[in-house]
Design a binder for this molecule. Structure first.
Ligand SMILES: Cc1cc2nc3c(=O)[nH]c(=O)nc-3n(C[C@H](O)[C@H](O)[C@H](O)COP(=O)(O)OP(=O)(O)OC[C@H]3O[C@@H](n4cnc5c(N)ncnc54)[C@H](O)[C@@H]3O)c2cc1C
Length: 503
């Protein structure tokens, strides 16, 4: 019997436009394997909602692969041990996967797997599945490479896969002992069918209001694509979405109703996706270290536990912040601007370190994508050294994005007795004393002046002698090249389009 090619599925859970699967299928019979790793599921940045979404996506993939002739093989355990068992059983000498840009744990695991493959004489090929480039020497020309990848023809699924003599195994109920219960009653459902339906409804119905509605958690829920968790697990390839968007833009050329601008804006965000993931690919340590070293230690590494707990529970006494956090806990999703505001309030007003803040949010986001997430957390916390500091005023954000307080009232029912005029700032309501019985707290921090410490620290660091040089290095390594890199990173505004859009 010819030894099969082991196709290790990771965050590429589809068969269409799958370069690694197509490559493996061209080489010989394929053993499609997914490993549920208990070590991963004990990490502080993963959660039950991630697992619930993943298990639905895995079940869908198992069905898709079964229709091709060989169901997905699911095994639980340490990756090296599972791979070694497969090697012994099938005489595996070749393995293919996509190039994963994951968190520090998966990075270290891949190094162990690479060591095992070398020691056992297994040839492991990793192929890109998006615009992120491995071992990139410079950001110059990166955008062009990414655009060429997106313009290339999509790969099709293999017509059939030869069946192997192996029990597929079922998706386990729990992935490991370390996972805490995580109720998320309004979570999105996983699986390619759901992903395709969302893409279709976005491109044909929902996107018209995208630009106007995306800033508000009320409008964004429907007007944003909601594709993020599916992209994070690869149920859709980014190229499929980019090309479907281009096709729709072509078909709608000249149409009124905001479609052109909406789809252009969406397309830009798909490009940001690769841009941000590229940062983590180029610098895995950005998940744990401030990009600009001068920020290290400015905020206490041991955060004020009471403040962190109040923010995480949606009990800061700042109604719009609490409503956003509670909505996120219940749905697993939040629009971009409100994610940024939650980080801004935590790191500027509450003066908490971005790492525990980011870990809490990572667990709550069903779409947790380490490359976007940690880059954005640092950007919003102001620790990159190359972005201007954004201090969101949470009261102003609430008044702008939820002017009649509908969103606040839904998610913070304790404020029911408060008249409309005061729902954004119950502390100035003359009847505020009555809220004591509702158990809604007084604000833990002054929403207007709370960002002062952050602004002061930023001004002091920028003026210091050790700021400009490392900032220029960060800009050279990570900044987009729409404009030439600035001489002094201190003045550079990386990702300028985003800054203008989101501030
Ligand atoms: C602090 C913080 C943490 C974030 N963490 C994540 C995360 O873990 N996973 C994640 O997918 N997104 C993250 N984002 C980016 C953004 O908020 C989400 O991608 C978006 O809200 C997902 O909803 P959507 O799919 O409807 O987005 P749409 O607006 O429909 O955008 C389409 C896709 O473009 C990409 N995208 C959109 N906005 C951005 C952005 N600003 N940067 C990079 N890519 C973008 C995503 O893949 C998204 O699915 C984070 C933003 C902030 C401020």
């Amino acid at each position: 019997m010819t030894a099969p090619i082991l196709l290790w599925f990771k965050r590429d859970l589809r068969v269409h436009d799958h370069p690694a699967l197509a490559h493996a299928a061209a080489l010989g019979p394929v053993l499609p394997l997914y490993i549920v790793e208990p070590g991963y599921w004990a990490l502080p940045d993963v959660s039950g909602r991630h697992w619930a979404f993943l298990s639905e996506t895995l079940a869908a993939l198992q069905t898709e692969l079964a229709a091709l002739g060989q169901p997905l093989v699911l095994r639980q355990g340490d990756a090296v041990e599972v791979l070694e068992r497969m090697r012994r059983r099938f005489g595996i000498t070749r393995m293919v996967s996509h190039e994963e840009t994951g968190n520090g744990w998966t990075f270290a695991r891949d190094r162990r797997v690479a060591g095992w493959a070398r020691a056992q004489g297994v040839r492991w090929e990793e192929l890109p599945q998006c615009g992120v480039v491995r071992r990139l020497s410079s950001r110059d020309g990166w955008q062009g490479r990414r655009d060429r990848f997106m313009a290339a023809a999509q790969g099709t699924a293999p017509a059939a896969l030869a069946p192997l003599e192996i029990a597929p195994g079922a998706v386990p109920v729990v992935p490991g002992p370390g996972l805490a219960p995580d109720p998320c009653p309004h979570r999105q459902r996983g699986g390619r069918t759901e992903a395709l339906a969302l893409m279709e409804s976005f491109l044909t119905e929902r996107a018209a209001g995208y630009r106007r509605a995306m800033s508000s958690p009320l409008g964004g829920e429907r007007a944003c694509s909601r594709l993020s968790p599916h992209l994070a697990l690869g149920a859709l390839s980014v190229r499929e979405v980019v090309q479907a968007t281009a096709g729709r833009r072509g078909a709608l050329r000249g149409a009124s109703g905001g479609w052109g601008g909406a789809l252009a804006s969406f397309d830009k965000r798909l490009a940001w996706r690769d841009h941000f993931i590229q940062k983590l690919e180029d610098e895995p340590a950005l998940e744990r270290r401030c990009l600009h070293p001068a920020w290290e230690g400015v905020r206490p590494r041991d955060p004020d536990a009471a403040r962190l707990a109040a923010w995480a529970a949606g009990e800061t006494g700042l109604p719009f912040v609490d409503a956003c956090m509670r909505y996120l806990r219940a749905t697993g999703w939040l629009n971009f601007r409100m994610r940024a505001m939650l980080v801004s309030v935590a790191t500027h007003h509450l003066w908490l370190d971005w790492r525990p803040v980011g870990q809490h949010l990572a667990r709550l986001f069903t779409d947790y994508e380490p490359g976007i997430h940690w880059s954005q957390c640092q950007m919003q916390a102001g620790t990159t050294g190359i972005n201007t500091m954004r201090v969101y005023n949470p009261v102003k954000q609430g008044l702008d994005q939820d002017p009649d307080g509908r969103f606040i009232r839904r998610w913070v029912p304790e404020l029911a007795p408060v008249p409309d005029a005061f729902v954004h700032q119950p502390w100035i309501w003359p009847g505020a004393g009555r809220l004591a019985g509702q158990r809604y707290p007084a604000p833990v921090v002054d929403p207007e002046g709370g960002g002062g410490a952050a602004r002061g620290a930023w001004a002091r660091l920028r003026a210091g002698p050790f700021f400009a040089y490392p900032a220029a290095a960060v800009a050279a390594r990570h900044a987009s090249r729409k404009r030439p890199p600035a001489r002094s990173g201190a003045r550079r505004r990386d990702d300028g389009a985003q800054l203008r859009l989101d501030l």
